[in-house]
Write a protein that binds this ligand. Structure first.
Ligand SMILES: Cc1cc2nc3c(=O)[nH]c(=O)nc-3n(C[C@H](O)[C@H](O)[C@H](O)COP(=O)(O)OP(=O)(O)OC[C@H]3O[C@@H](n4cnc5c(N)ncnc54)[C@H](O)[C@@H]3O)c2cc1C
Ligand code: FES
Ligand code: FES
Length: 498
């Protein structure tokens, strides 16, 4: 297969690599090849943030700085980006303003987490808009510190972002933008040979050709799942096809009656669009992983991995979403709820990939709620996620779509509870409880390290009652710690109506 080598920007120079192991992570490349050991390895599974680095990219004419977990990000995924690490911030003895703030607020003790904290705050420093404590906390949702304590770190974050945010990166931004825009070319990437390769096609035509020729190759989008197979299960991935350069898979189309999200749209980019479908998407997505995970993890990856505890599947099943699957150029539509067959088994043929998900907008009388229960607020996989779409007509429930994650081997609808609710008055507390009782007919959840079966069932009951009570008109203030979010997020771009 033809294609150019890997190209990215590092410390002001263009790095071109013609040979590398397809499953090499950025962290291994930095520490073992480049000898840049400032970036640390803690958990090696995207949880602690010690390995955080920045990828700067050209995006819709702007330079964006995204924090990424180098431990689970593949070297090949650097194509077209600038890699910025902790070594690049200080200039001689002159610290970067973020580093200076951490020093003056005594925000580091053992220092193991510090490079990752600095890089997450570097990304925050380069974001637009004022930074308060909540925003700083969100920016650090993927960074654990075991000894300093978060107060001084947050103090440093808020104070450094309060002033004018200028550093040598902002000064050289026009040049970086030009270079990165040039790297964002139309060529396919192919490094290796037929046995062992990293490929990054530019078009779906080339993607289909690669899949046909190499049916065993592993598709990789953000690698926030696949990365862990490498670092935790020590799996060797000899043939990798990265979807990050296929333009059409990154498209977002806002239609009158539906939102269409391309499979490779990163979760963070999708949030403003999803939040406009219903504010609960914003609350749900803010609980999805961390900043580092949301910037690279994708919509398609979250659905295609078919995890029983994935957060998007129940929410999108409740919305009545439809998957667009493609094999050898032929597309088919499949309701998302039918995609998940059994644990680890999906209605996806060999060689078929997810192109997009179509999410209908709520119509008159439809009410949506999505609620996630997990042990930690940030960066934690759910014990139970429930998503509910209820259509009301004259105070009666005309239709209810109740979907759960964490209650079975797949994300699944609660058909007994749904059937019970049909025709019932929404305003009756007895109705809410009786619907919750039906959940035992729908699910026999498992006990595992996240939650016991009993806990899961109680949580599933609780969130259903809470959602129905809110839809009936009980003020959210009496059911939630944070009110339902009224989104002020502005989507970037977005395509034409469909
Ligand atoms: C620290 C951490 C926190 C996390 N928190 C959450 C959380 O809160 N909620 C949650 O739901 N998940 C969570 N995850 C899991 C993961 O981040 C998500 O599932 C993410 O959306 C996966 O997307 P990806 O692009 O990284 O997938 P990848 O890892 O690239 O791929 C996952 C699977 O999907 C396949 N695939 C990807 N794209 C396609 C496509 N277009 N067509 C066909 N197959 C495809 C791949 O071959 C692979 O089998 C977390 C993961 C980590 C490491
Ligand atoms: S080493 Fe912990 S997130 Fe990468
Ligand atoms: S300073 Fe020790 S872990 Fe944060």
């Amino acid at each position: 297969m033809a294609g150019r080598g890997l190209r990215f920007l590092r410390r002001g120079r263009l790095v071109e690599i013609e040979a590398f192991d397809p499953h090499t992570t950025i962290l291994d490349w930095l520490r073992l090849e480049e000898g840049a050991t400032g970036t640390k390895e803690g958990c090696a599974e995207g949880d602690c943030g010690a390995c955080t680095v920045i990828l700067a990219r050209h995006h819709s004419g702007q330079l964006v700085y995204h924090p990424v977990n180098a431990c689970i990000h593949l070297l090949g995924q650097l194509d077209g980006a600038e890699l910025i690490t902790i070594e690049d911030l200080a200039q001689g003895a002159m610290l970067h303003p973020v580093q200076e703030a951490l020093v003056s607020h005594h925000a580091s003790q053992c220092g193991f987490c510090t490079p990752g904290v600095v890089m997450s705050l570097f990304a925050l420093y380069h974001q637009e808009g004022p930074v308060d404590r909540a925003k700083a906390q969100a920016a650090l949702s993927g960074n654990l510190c075991r000894c300093t304590g978060y107060r001084p770190i947050l103090d440093a974050a808020v104070s450094v972002c309060a002033g004018e945010r200028l550093d040598r990166f902002t000064e050289t931004e026009p040049v970086s933008l030009q270079v990165l825009a040039a790297l964002d070319d139309e060529e396919d990437v192919f490094v290796g040979d037929a046995q062992r390769f990293f490929a990054a096609p530019r078009s779906e035509a080339m993607l289909s050709a690669l899949i046909e020729r190499f049916p065993e190759a592993r598709l990789v989008a953000g690698a926030t799942d696949v990365g862990l197979w490498i670092t935790k299960e020590l799996r060797i991935l000899p043939q990798v096809i990265w979807l990050g350069r296929v333009r059409s898979l990154g498209q977002i189309v806002q239609g009158v009656d539906r939102l269409v999200l391309g499979a490779s749209v990163p979760l963070a980019e999708a949030i403003p669009y999803l939040s406009r479908l219903d504010p609960d998407f914003e609350s749900l997505m803010q609980r999805f992983g961390s900043e580092q995970i949301r910037h690279v993890g994708t919509i398609g990856g979250n659905l295609a991995n078919a995890s029983p505890v994935g957060d998007l599947a129940p929410a999108l099943i409740a919305m009545g979403a439809v998957l667009e699957l493609v094999k050898a150029g032929e597309a088919r539509a499949l309701p998302l709820q039918d995609f998940f067959k059994a644990y680890g088994q999906q209605d996806r043929q060999a060689g078929e990939y997810v192109r997009a998900v179509h999410i209908p907008r709520l119509s008159e009388g439809m009410h949506f709620r999505a609620l996630k229960i997990s042990k930690r607020f940030d960066d934690d996989i759910s014990s139970v996620t429930g998503a509910f779409c209820v259509t009301l007509e004259h105070g009666l429930i005309a239709e209810a779509r109740l979907a759960y994650g964490g209650m079975a081997g797949i994300a699944k609808r609660a058909s007994h509870a749904e059937a019970f609710l049909k025709g019932q008055p929404i305003g009756s507390a007895a109705t809410w409880k009786q619907a919750a009782d039906r959940l035992t007919e729908d699910f026999s959840p498992l006990s595992d390290h996240r939650a016991s079966a009993h806990y899961r069932m109680q949580a599933a009951r609780g969130i259903l009652i809470k959602a129905l009570a809110e839809i009936a008109g009980l003020p959210a203030a009496s059911t939630r710690i944070h009110p339902r979010m009224a989104t002020d997020l502005e989507p970037q771009g977005g395509g034409p109506d469909v």
